[in-house]
Design a protein around this ligand. Sequence first.
Ligand code: HXC
Ligand code: NAP
Length: 296
Amino acid sequence: MTYNEGMLRDGSLDNKTIIVTGGGTGLGKSMAAYFLRLGANVVICSRKTEILAQTADELSRATGGKIIFVPCDVRKTGEIENVIAKAADAFGQVDGLVNNSAGNFISPTERLSYKAVDTVVDIVLRGTYYFTLALGKYWIEHNIKGTVLSIATTYATTGSGWVVPSAMAKAGVLAMTRSLAFEWARHGIRLNALAPGPFPTKGAWDRLFPEELAEKFSFENRIPLARTGEHQELANLAAYLLSDFSAYMTGEVITLDGGEVLAAGQFNFLKEVSDDQWDAIEKQIKSATRGSKSSE
Ligand code: HXC
Ligand code: NAP
């Protein structure tokens, strides 16, 4: 068994209909594929109709599962309501939502126009709370115990320069997750979030690790587990969080990043110290300790 195999047993998502925003590409597409394999009906939505159509066709052939696509800009409430209506028409009801759509790019913040900041914040934060609110109303009205999974980032908690609009927006997504998890628990609605480290996708790499930087930027050195994530690892966790196996978990944010976020640990610079240096350091510390004991 390896970490890039499917983890849950067949049928784990039977009879569930899950909407994946941004499901035409990248991590959204990989999650959609795994949900289909586990028996879910899947609805993918985003702005680019042609990409959605290609992905729906590819995943339907690859998995034999039931998938539809509905074009939608997550900043537009009418389009969101249309996705929910189409999903309910096609599959009877909607049970799960993955808030996965995002916009992001690296830039010194002082170079950003107001519109550039709005663009990222609106896709990530407004898109997420619009979709969650629309489905929450639908679930409460129809007495459905729905589940929301929002894809955040580790810097939603730590903060990060050069991606400030994204960091502000993803932090808002976490606040929404924790707040609504408490408020809507009485309706049986659960909300969780997943904070991925680097998982190679074209969308993220083109905008965050362009060639010039990628050459200087070694994931092997930066990430304690010395690799980037595999899409199946993230899909496994996402499927668990949408399935009934996680029925007792709500308001949680799970980091999946090979330990990258732990780099801030104050003494982690010691990873550069060799065994020979440790021999010398140990002697030095022990002799200093003996010296201080004898002078007591
Ligand atoms: C400065 C920029 C810019 C850049 C765009 N803008 N790119 N400013 N540097 N590199 C400015 C534009 O000049 C414009 O402002 C405003 O932003 C809107 O740009 P548009 O191109 O008109 O917007 P739009 O077509 O809606 O595209 C949105 C987008 C684009 C966010 C800019 O990149 C996109 O479609 N992204 C979707 C996919 C994506 O981002 N995936 C990555 C997710 S990875 P002005 O004032 O000039 O009009 C992620 C976390 C990864 O989220 C963490 C990794 C570890
Ligand atoms: P991606 O392939 O670029 O996915 C982003 C998706 O968002 C695209 O499918 C895009 O489709 C959609 N989208 C953008 N604007 C939209 C809008 N206004 N309305 C609806 N959909 C919109 O990148 P990814 O790497 O897979 O990212 C997926 C998620 O993982 C994001 O939430 C990202 O923040 C998160 N994440 C990724 C990484 C990583 O290393 N890859 C790390 C941490 C977090 P359209 O262009 O068709 O609209």
